[in-house]
Design a protein around this ligand. Structure first.
Ligand SMILES: Nc1nc2c(ncn2[C@@H]2O[C@H](COP(=O)(O)OP(=O)(O)OP(=O)(O)O)[C@@H](O)[C@H]2O)c(=O)[nH]1
Ligand SMILES: [Mg+2]
Length: 334
């Protein structure tokens, strides 16, 4: 029987996928159980959610009892998306982050240079995007905390050294390390339809050293070894034009739109847009501005591609990138 899950459920699921602490996971799972449609078709999924909830509560208890083993890093989310840069040793991760952001991770010719995650902010199209450089993943080692970084990312960039003959095998090792921990790099994020414990994370393969004439041949060797289910982009990280294309690719992969708000009777200032997912509505925007505005929203006037010249629209109206919106709330009677 089909599960027929609702948009509300999928939104709750996305909050769960991005939860970084046991406490956040518990709250998200409780919410998923609250909003999941209750019928025969979702019996299996409800069971899986309850099992996950039990697991998360046990983990939270265990964390309280003992300090967590192993290093852990907490990097607060910033900007309109978190992009985690991973890959084999020496594949260009740090160079990518240092070229696109304000961070300066060490870039070196030898492998295993990066020892801890380093965040930086990339400015693109009027918004800021968080990129996180990470230590390399190899056949025999993956930093345990990296798994959470990857599973909760909005986007993963997996670097592949296009100039190195071992890159196909080394990148296969990266993907295998993750898959053996129920984490699959994929074209889109979400939970596996058949096994709720497996998470798919939206990813792009970044083929660095793009000016090497055999870069694409090496990438083909990787696809001979494994079916890669996500797009790739070939770049030379020292080429400004390539870096511009890469920034655009990252922004587009995040699938967000920039919405400007204005006060009635005032001119719009085209700075600091609100950022909401593509397909978002006036109600989603209002929720981002303020919870109270979302509750008492009466109508909105929109200038842009989704409506023209200040046309009045309702809360379900789907917005477009770069729309200008005036939110009108119901007057409260005293
Ligand atoms: N010209 C050029 N050099 C690159 C490119 N990508 C990486 N490099 C060089 O390759 C070497 C390794 O780059 P890093 O960014 O340090 O690699 P990494 O993946 O961070 O390495 P680890 O932290 O050791 O895992 C450096 O000498 C970089 O300058 C590229 O696209 N073009
Ligand atoms: Mg590095």
């Amino acid at each position: 029987m089909a599960a027929n899950l609702t948009l509300q459920y999928y939104k709750a699921e996305e909050v769960y996928r991005k939860a970084r602490t046991s406490q956040e996971r518990i709250l998200a799972l409780e919410n998923m159980l609250r909003v999941i449609p209750k019928h025969k078709g979702t019996d299996h999924l409800q069971g899986a959610l309850k099992a996950r909830l039990k697991e998360a509560r046990e983990t939270a208890q265990a964390e309280l009892r003992s300090a967590k083993r192993g290093k852990s890093y907490r990097i607060p989310r910033q900007g309109c998306g978190t992009v985690v840069v991973i890959g084999a040793p020496n594949s260009g991760k740090s160079l990518l982050v240092s070229q696109l952001t304000n961070a300066s991770p060490e870039v070196a010719e030898f492998p295993f240079t990066t020892r801890e995650p380093i965040p930086g902010m990339m400015a693109f199209g009027g918004v800021l995007i968080q990129l996180i450089d990470t230590p390399p993943i190899s056949e025999n080692h993956i930093e345990p905390y990296l798994l959470d970084f990857v599973r909760t990312a909005d986007l993963v960039l997996c670097c592949f050294d296009g100039s190195f003959d071992d890159a196909p095998q080394q990148t296969l090792n990266v993907l295998t390390q993750l898959e053996s921990r129920k984490t699959v790099l994929a074209e889109r994020s979400g939970f596996d339809q058949n096994d709720f414990s497996i998470v798919h994370v939206k990813s792009r393969l970044i083929i660095t050293h793009g000016c090497d004439s055999d870069a694409l041949v090496r990438k083909e060797l990787l696809t001979d070894l494994k079916d890669i289910g996500f797009c790739d982009i070939v770049v030379d990280l020292r080429d400004p034009e390539n870096l511009q294309c890469l920034s655009q690719t990252i922004f587009e992969a995040l699938e967000v739109m920039r919405i400007f708000t204005k006060r009635p009777g005032k001119d719009v200032e085209l700075v600091d847009p609100y950022v909401i997912p593509i397909g978002g509505t006036v109600e989603d925007l209002a929720g981002r501005v303020h919870e109270e505005i979302a509750c008492s929203l009466k109508l909105a006037k929109v200038w842009g591609q989704s409506a023209h010249n200040g046309q009045s629209v309702g809360r379900d109206h789907v917005l477009n990138d770069l729309d200008v919106v005036e939110l009108h709330v119901k007057k409260v009677r005293k």
